[in-house]
Design a protein around this ligand. Structure first.
Ligand code: GDP
Length: 445
């Protein structure tokens, strides 16, 4: 997700790193590079222009010229502005004062709307809600059945006309579903509407009619992030035809260049509220602009990591992990090993590693990581003495040779692990010092 953009921006910043002062020419050159990186990522031109103008204005101001480390300050500015463009504060779902809360989904066919309905339902159920999924796509063959299957997988109730019952009236189904939800004490209703392959008036009218019939608390526009610039024009068309309160980006796991995410809020004025990152029900979460900016700038995503950990482990274990992450220098190879073993339970290792600060640059290696590599790392750490694990600085050349022999790997592998551990430790220490910005990606002051 956003890999190309992330790589480009990271390399722009690394060329600034060695500079003690930034001249106007340096700033102009950096802004030019940022502009190219954004355009290549399919961000719309209007957004790019605004964005770069703001960076330039701030970079030339006092906050940079007086900074001890001007290059870092530029990264901070870009981070701030990225958060801003992604929507600033996390926009949470608004629940109705009197249940049920009604959420209506709109979007093109193939955008991932039905899948998303299931993901959202499961997400709500996990938070203690009792959602009802409503099938109002009565045009596409199988749409009703597809939603029923999704509901079953998400273990939530579904409201749908009987299959084979003819075309039916989606507006009536939507209206009846709200009464049904009240009777059955569902506190959230998710209404899936029909999509077409392209925008058409009939589709818009039907969606608008459903909206008028059920007065949703939230209309969410679902859009496939992989369609690039088209996401913006589609969003605009739905904004004009139906109107919506928030955006859900789907297929962010694909080779998305990030353009849609960075443009849609600016162009429509509506925030991205959720992101979908795969075909499974669990590949879904609320969208946090600050965390996304951090990922784009390759500053890792410690918060998401911690949340994921909380889902997998009990509170106490997670709190311990969070504490260690934040404490930075209290973090030893023993912790590293312990975490790695816990992490094995959390899902594909490369996804998790991708969230760690500074790991973005190691993406090619990450793609080759398989869980057996963890066993090699574990073997290396286990061949160290307790003293070495607590104080990895002790691990000199002869100790490395001994450890390599003990764990059946090469000395280079042992050295690689030690170096990576120090980098991770340093990165965490920086984060814990409340800088928010853990230095330049992969860099040293
Ligand atoms: P709808 O026509 O808008 O209801 O779209 P569907 O929910 O049927 O999804 C269309 C296709 O996209 C299906 O094959 C889904 O499995 C797939 N899909 C949906 N969301 C995601 C996602 O976040 N990532 C990926 N890779 N595929 C997705």
């Amino acid at each position: 997700m956003f890999e190309t953009l992330s790589d480009r921006l990271t390399s722009v910043f690394s060329s600034l790193r060695s500079k003690g002062r930034l001249s106007d020419a340096d700033i102009d050159a950096t802004c030019r590079e940022i502009r190219i990186a954004l355009l290549e990522a399919d961000v719309s031109l209007a957004v790019v222009k605004d964005f770069v103008a703001r960076i330039k204005e701030r970079a030339r101001g006092a906050e940079v010229s007086q900074a001890l480390n001007p290059a870092q300050q530029v990264v901070k500015i870009v981070n701030d502005e990225l958060i801003e463009i992604l929507g600033g504060e996390t926009r949470r779902l608004r629940y109705a004062k009197t249940p049920p809360t009604v959420i209506m989904l709109a979007g093109l066919q193939g955008s991932g709307k039905t899948t998303l309905a299931g993901k959202l339902a499961k997400w709500l159920r996990d938070q203690g809600h009792a959602p009802l999924l409503v099938a109002c796509d009565l045009q596409r063959p199988n749409a009703v059945q597809q939603l029923s299957v999704v509901a079953e997988r998400a273990e939530v109730a579904v409201y749908a006309p009987e299959p084979g019952n003819g075309v039916g009236d989606p507006v009536a189904v939507a209206r009846q579903s709200i009464d049904h939800a009240r009777r059955q004490q569902h506190d959230v209703v998710i209404v899936d509407t029909a999509g077409r392959l392209g925008i058409d008036q009939e589709l818009m009218k039907q969606a608008a009619d459903i909206r008028d019939a059920i007065s949703p608390d939230e209309v969410l526009f679902v859009v496939d992030a992989m369609i690039g610039q088209d996401a913006v024009s589609t969003a605009q068309a739905f904004m004009d035809g139906v109107g919506f309160d928030g955006v859900v980006l789907t297929k962010l796991d694909g080779d998305a260049r990030g353009g849609a995410a960075l443009s849609v809020r600016h162009v429509t004025g509506r925030p991205i509220m959720f992101a979908s990152t795969g075909e499974k029900l669990a590949d879904f979460d609320a969208f946090h602009p600050d965390r996304m900016a951090g990922r784009i700038l390759d500053m890792g995503d410690i918060l998401t990591l911690i949340e994921q950990a909380q889902k997998t482990f009990d509170e106490e274990q997670a709190a311990k992990m969070a504490e260690k992450l934040v404490a930075g220098d209290g973090f030893t190879l023993d912790d590293f090993l312990e975490q790695m073993m816990m992490v094995r339970k959390m899902g594909p290792i490369k996804n998790l590693l991708g969230m760690m600060p500074g790991m973005g640059q190691m993406r090619d290696q990450l793609n080759q990581v398989d869980d057996r590599d963890l066993d090699r790392i574990a073997a290396i750490i286990r061949s160290m003495t307790p003293g070495e694990r607590q104080e990895p600085k002790l691990i000199n050349g002869s100790r490395r040779a001994r450890i390599a022999k003990g764990s059946g790997v090469s000395v280079t592998e042992v050295s690689g692990l030690v170096v990576r551990f120090f980098e991770a430790q340093k990165m965490m220490k920086r984060m814990s010092q409340g800088m928010g910005i853990p230095g330049l990606p992969g860099g040293r002051n």
